[in-house]
Write a protein that binds this ligand. Structure first.
Ligand code: EPU
Length: 365
């Protein structure tokens, strides 16, 4: 159960030499642009500040949440505790061989800035992951992926601080237990670690480009590029993304709101007989990965708008905030869509976006 003591009883933050802001709007800290408030807010720019901050939280027994780029969260309501915004910066090449380079980025670096830096240096592996909103530190949590590539493909290791002990641990690829939009940090490791930095193993030459997804090869042919480089692939993906996905700076959203559902072959066959055009691809487990966007569109929700909460006009998997939608409005729309897709297709759409609401506040440790 959530335990909150009355705010006036809080120990003054200055006893830990830290400035803690009060009653802050989170509008600029989440890509949905939801105007939720947090009782306390602290930007963390040095990892060494974390233990004393956690101590302060423990003493005051308020809930806390570690926020990164805010690109995969929905603040359902105002937050009664402290938001710690991870803003630790720095990128460093730490090793290289003939073919590879090992590059470490601190958690608070913007993902797209990191991609651009890699492209500029001709370091290959993450070019398909261009324009994904968010920061480097959360990229391994949900194993971000797009256009046939996931970060696990070029991931080397990460460092994370165990919140309970303050001990810094290194996790290799196996220990991260990557899956589709999934990792150790979304399961057993949930709420137990703060990712401090991520190290990638990137190619320096003989890049292995992945151009098989969708229309990438077709676009390369149209432009007449026979031997594409990293920028060619990135630029094609940038234009595909810009044509389909809304820019959070212009229209609040958190990318795909749901995961693509995986269903049994039997279920797929029965749906396919009714809807021959329904997309689906076998996955490693022998089941079929289907397209959440297709179900949502087929159920009639694409372009739907209720007040300021809506479903994007060009990509049905993306819920949007036209301006003043509250977290509850977006949550409620998402639940209506889940119910509708379940009723029509007997398919459950699992949320990809993290809800920050009364039911899942992280208690003081
Ligand atoms: N589709 C529809 N209606 C739509 C959009 C798509 O029927 O409104 C169908 C398409 O026809 C296609 C299928 O759905 O057959 C897949 O569409 P798309 O290639 O656009 O990708 P997606 O499965 O909807 C996933 C990721 C995206 C990523 C793209 C490209 C998830 C949950 N989403 O979307 O990731 O950019 O593939 O690789 O896996 C994100 O995670 O925030 C994100 C945007």
């Amino acid at each position: 159960m959530l335990f909150i003591i009355p705010l006036p009883a809080l120990i003054p933050a200055f006893s830990y030499n830290m400035e803690i802001l009060k009653n802050i709007s989170l509008k600029n800290y989440n890509t949905f642009g939801v105007d939720a408030k947090t009782a306390y807010f602290r930007e963390l720019s040095e990892e060494k500040e974390l233990p004393s901050l956690l101590h302060w939280i423990e003493k005051n027994r308020i809930p806390y949440y570690l926020l990164s780029g805010g690109s995969n969260v929905l603040f359902v309501d105002d937050f009664p505790g402290i938001i710690i915004q991870i803003n630790i910066k720095g990128i460093k090449k730490i090793d290289e061989s003939d073919d590879h380079v090992f590059v470490r980025s601190m958690a608070g670096e913007n993902w797209e800035d990191f991609v651009e830096l890699c492209l500029k240096n001709n370091w290959g592996g993450i070019e398909n992951l261009t324009l994904i909103p968010g920061n480097v530190g959360t990229s391994p949590m949900q194993n971000i992926g797009a256009y046939g590539v996931e970060i696990k493909d070029s991931f080397h290791e990460l460092q994370a601080m165990e919140l309970k002990t303050g001990i810094i641990k290194t996790f290799n690829r196996d220990q991260c237990q990557f899956g589709y939009r999934d990792s150790f940090f979304k399961n057993e490791g949930r709420d137990k670690y703060m990712i401090l930095s991520v190290c990638f193993r990137l190619s320096r030459k003989k890049h292995i480009l992945n151009t098989t997804y969708g229309v990438i090869n077709q676009e390369l042919d149209t432009i007449g590029i026979k031997q594409p480089g990293l920028y060619d692939v990135a630029n094609i993906i940038r234009s595909i993304r810009r044509s389909k996905l809304p820019d959070p700076a212009e229209l609040g959203n958190a990318g795909s709101f749901f995961k693509n559902p995986v269903i049994t072959q039997e279920h797929y066959d029965s749906l396919k007989s009714k809807y021959p055009e329904m997309p689906g691809f076998p996955d490693a487990s022998g089941n079929i990965k289907t397209a959440a966007a297709w179900f949502i569109e087929k159920a009639g929700w694409k372009g739907y708008r209720d007040g300021d909460a809506g479903v994007h006009k060009r990509q049905a998997l993306v819920l949007v905030n036209y301006g003043k939608a509250k977290g509850y409005d977006i949550l409620s729309l998402s639940e209506t869509i889940q119910k509708s897709v379940k009723e029509i297709f007997d398919v459950y759409l699992e949320r990809e976006v993290n809800l920050i609401g009364p039911s899942n506040y992280q208690k003081a440790i």
